[in-house]
Design a protein around this ligand. Structure first.
Ligand code: PEP
Ligand code: MN
Length: 344
């Protein structure tokens, strides 16, 4: 249920409602809006009687939320959510550009790529230190050593760090370094991990599972929101279909559907979505044209030598060229890409 407060509701009115929800054994989530506060109720097993709240001072109305996900639903919040990530934003007018190597490999590789993607216009550096790989014999990441490098590269470049928390064991260390904690496709339904990042209150990038419906993705986001962490960014990264000529099938439909059903920002990862470097630019343009709030793109200086996902990684100069084209496209969809004056 969603309780809509009146525009002239006082702090006391709001607190009284939250207290009543608690007394009933449920959880109240205060959702600030442009003109008035809404309070989401979670934890109730059956429908609540609106009268319980509508008789209280300051309450305009109490309405049921029809979707199975509640706090993630557009019904709960009309305005689009803008997630704050250490001074940068995702979901506002400015498009979020996240770029970097699939994995942290060496210090020089990481720093050079970071400097390159920053010069091109990225505000976020992506790179995995703990890698979930399909084969146990593949490179598993530099682990703690990779985290140390990410921390240092942030210090030197100011880029915000996006890195994956693969499991509960490594989450504390990852969350120390990550500005945006990535939950990978394979973990989208790891509910203990979702609850744990929900408790951390740090921004979370939640990638869609390779066989997950959009409703399942939003229910996974709900796990994080229900613990009081509202800083969730969704990521479409391709799903498995019968098509064999690409690694995955980038589901661009996800963008308008998620925007219709949820207020959460949605970014697109075209690198995994198509799985070949020469498909990344067209799918990036398509994603932004379709309304995505940003992109996450794999970039590697020498893709042929990459320890993971080289075949789908752009060389820095190609990434630079792509951002130039995206910056031309952005105003057509009422977006901006702010770049520092580049010397290239
Ligand atoms: C990645 O971003 O490198 C990654 C492993 O992504 P996904 O979880 O989408 O496969
Ligand atoms: Mn990858």
């Amino acid at each position: 249920m969603l309780i809509l407060m009146r525009t002239d509701a006082t702090r006391n009115d709001i607190e009284r409602v939250v207290k009543k929800i608690k007394l009933l054994g449920f959880t109240g989530h205060e959702i600030p809006g442009e003109t008035r506060v809404a309070i989401g109720v979670t934890g109730n097993k059956s429908r609540l009687d609106p009268e319980l709240f509508e008789s209280m001072p300051g309450v305009a109305e109490a309405v049921p939320v029809t979707k199975p996900y509640k706090l993630a639903a557009r019904e709960t919040r009309q305005e689009r959510s803008v997630v704050q990530v250490d001074g940068e934003t995702i979901g506002g007018r400015e498009l979020a550009l996240i770029a970097g190597p699939c994995s942290v490999e060496t210090w020089d590789q990481l720093l050079e790529t970071a400097v390159d993607v920053k010069a091109a216009g990225a505000k976020f550096l992506r790179s995995g230190a703990f890698k979930p790989r399909s084969s146990p014999y593949s490179f598993q990441g530099l682990k703690e050593e990779g985290l140390v490098m990410l921390k240092e590269v942030k210090k030197q470049t100011g880029l915000k760090i996006v890195t994956e928390a693969k499991d509960m064991l490594t989450l504390p260390a990852v969350s120390e370094v990550a500005d945006l904690i990535q939950i990978g496709a394979r973990n989208m339904q790891n509910y203990s991990l979702l609850e744990a990042v929900g408790d951390l209150k740090k921004p979370v990038l939640l990638k869609r599972g390779i066989a997950a419906s959009l409703e399942e993705l939003l229910l996974a986001a709900e796990y994080i929101l229900a613990r009081g962490n509202y800083n969730v960014v969704l990521c479409e990264r391709g799903i498995r279909t019968f098509e064999q000529s690409t690694r995955f099938t980038l589901d661009l439909n996800a963008i308008p559907v998620l925007k219709k059903n949820s207020h959460l920002p949605i970014i697109v990862d075209p690198s995994h979505g198509i799985g070949m470097w020469d498909g990344v630019a067209p799918m990036s343009m398509a994603a932004i044209a379709a309304g995505a709030d940003g992109l996450m793109i794999e970039v590697h200086k020498r893709p042929e030598e990459a320890l993971s996902d080289g075949f789908q990684s752009l060389k820095p100069e190609r990434f630079h060229e792509l951002v130039r084209r995206l910056a031309e496209l952005a105003p057509l969809v009422e977006r901006t890409i702010t770049r520092e004056k580049s010397t290239r």
